[in-house]
Write a protein that binds this ligand. Structure first.
Ligand SMILES: [Zn+2]
Length: 507
């Protein structure tokens, strides 16, 4: 740590010269360090370059480690209601970035911004990058012998006709996905700029990173894509949806949720980054491929529901684990969009972003998101909003019997007996039954074709369902084969029972 002899006045500048030496010592249980490689070096500013000021993100947050070093206890994630902690966000400042980077003559360097110039001097190739608009202070440098897939996206909105260069820097030979990634980036930019507001940069890149993993990380403009991702083959995916396009849409969404909307580092941070990124990607997928494809993606995301887990949890507003951030949060936002409409939810997100411009304070929390969702939701659905975000709610819905008979004139009448209840579970696991009076989707379906779970949808409407046993009479134009209570699983079903039940014929 270095301290200045004289404090730096506001607005003044200081030139800092430094040299970094990297010397990996052996390897860890997680594998070898892959930052400096003969072909595929990549490192991040926050790990390699000096930082200014105290950096809470470097604190030990694991209880055992803190104890071992004699440090006072602190929560691994600060409370949403800790007003002091809400004043902190990692790398919150907006910076302008300019760098000249040298590498081997046959390699390409990727860094944020526009590539201004490249040249060779004394057998090494140099790259000069500079940003055109400020970025969040988090970035990486990459150097490798990449293959490049390029594309363009042009805004169709009124105003200055923005053009964005899309580049996928991928491992040579792994040609299955780059073109698909470009198409997804184009569809995502199209959808997000219309729904949430402008993309502030003129480049959008995915850059491969040496690893066996499949994950991504979205810094401003440049998204790190683990090498394993390029091995995925969407055409061979029997689940019938395009995972590559979905993941790219999720990462591009972080250019809004994470890189524009700056979240305070407290509980619920995952809800306004990861959940919003998945929610946004769902919109892109439905827009690009239609509602059926979206349901296939949702089925994939719901596979996580099969993992046994305790029902004890904090409400979503205080989300702090993988399941809440990446699954329950997106499901809740999607459910809301199916009750009040995509436009209203997206409008709330647009307002949230407008009130938390990059580089401004206070940093956004899940409470700011919640306020916007409340404003966008009709009073009649405020109880649902509460159940989805402010409490850890489970609905239990069960079809007791479903019968049908054909009436004179050809219409089919379905008599549906169902049982419903609702409970909340707190973070200690205490379960409390609540009276239920909620709108629930009820579906009726024609016989399923061979190999399909369910047939053509004959009926899908929301009904006001109360606690206990009740009977519904539904009319459908064709012979029904199955009924479904909340067939799209918009509400969280505590029993995870079969969604569909066969209809018995009375005539
Ligand atoms: Zn993400």
């Amino acid at each position: 740590m270095y301290a200045l002899a004289r404090p730096l006045p506001p607005g003044d500048s200081l030139r800092l010269r430094f040299q970094v030496t990297h010397k990996p010592g052996g390897f860890s249980n997680n594998g070898a360090d892959a930052q400096v490689l003969q072909n595929g070096t990549s490192f991040r500013n926050l790990e390699w370059l000096p930082v200014l000021g105290y950096q809470p993100y470097r604190e030990l947050d694991e209880a055992g480690a803190r104890k071992a070093y004699g440090l006072p206890a602190r929560p691994a994630t600060y409370s949403l209601y800790d007003v002091v902690a809400r004043g902190y966000a990692p790398f919150p400042e907006q910076i302008s970035f300019e760098a000249v980077v040298g590498t081997e003559a046959n390699q390409t360097v990727v860094a944020p911004g526009t590539l201004r110039r490249t040249w060779i001097k004394a057998g090494r190739r140099y790259f000069h990058y500079a940003t055109d608009a400020p970025i969040r202070n988090e970035y990486a440098f990459f150097s490798a012998n990449y293959a490049v897939q390029e594309g363009k996206w042009r805004s169709s909105l009124a105003g200055p006709n923005q053009e964005v260069a899309i580049q996928i820097f991928y491992p040579p030979g792994q040609t299955e996905n780059p073109a698909r990634m470009v198409r997804s980036a184009q569809a995502s930019l199209d959808y997000y700029t219309k729904q949430f507001g402008p993309y502030p940069h003129r480049q959008l890149r995915f850059v491969t990173h040496a690893s066996y993993a499949f994950g991504h990380h979205a810094a401003p403009m440049n998204i790190t894509a683990e090498e394993g991702f390029f091995l995925l083959n969407p055409k061979a995916d029997e689940r019938g949806f395009d995972l590559v396009t979905a993941v790219v849409a999720h990462e591009v969404a972080h250019q809004w949720w994470g890189n524009q909307l700056k979240q305070a580092y407290v509980e619920g941070a995952g809800l306004i980054t990861e959940s919003l990124a998945w929610y946004s990607a769902l919109g892109v997928l439905e827009h690009k491929y239609g509602p059926e494809h979206l349901q296939a993606l949702l089925r994939f995301l719901r596979e996580e529901n099969k993992t046994p887990r305790t029902r004890a949890a904090k409400p979503l507003l205080q989300a702090d684990d993988f399941y809440q951030n990446y699954r329950k949060g997106p499901f809740a936002l999607y459910a809301l969009s199916q009750y009040i409409g995509w436009d209203r939810v997206n409008g709330a997100l647009r307002k949230l972003l407008a009130q938390h411009r990059p580089g401004t304070r206070p940093f956004a929390t899940s409470l700011d998101l919640y306020r916007e969702l409340q404003a966008a939701t009709p009073d009649s659905l405020h109880p649902l909003l509460h159940d989805l975000f402010e409490a850890n709610t489970f609905w239990e819905l069960e079809t007791e019997s479903a019968t049908t008979q054909q009436l004179k004139g050809g219409t089919w009448q379905v008599t549906l007996n169902l049982q419903a209840s609702k409970l909340v579970v707190d973070s200690a696991g205490t379960e409390t039954k609540l009276p239920m009076k909620d709108w629930v989707e009820i579906g009726v379906f024609a016989p399923a074709a061979a190999g399909k779970e369910v047939g053509k949808q004959l009926y899908l409407q929301k009904h006001l369902i109360r606690s206990g046993q009740q009977t519904l009479l539904l009319m459908v134009p064709e012979r029904p084969a199955q009924v479904g209570l909340d067939p799209r699983q918009l509400l969280i079903d505590g029993k995870l029972q079969d969604k569909y039940k066969a209809v018995q014929s009375k005539n």
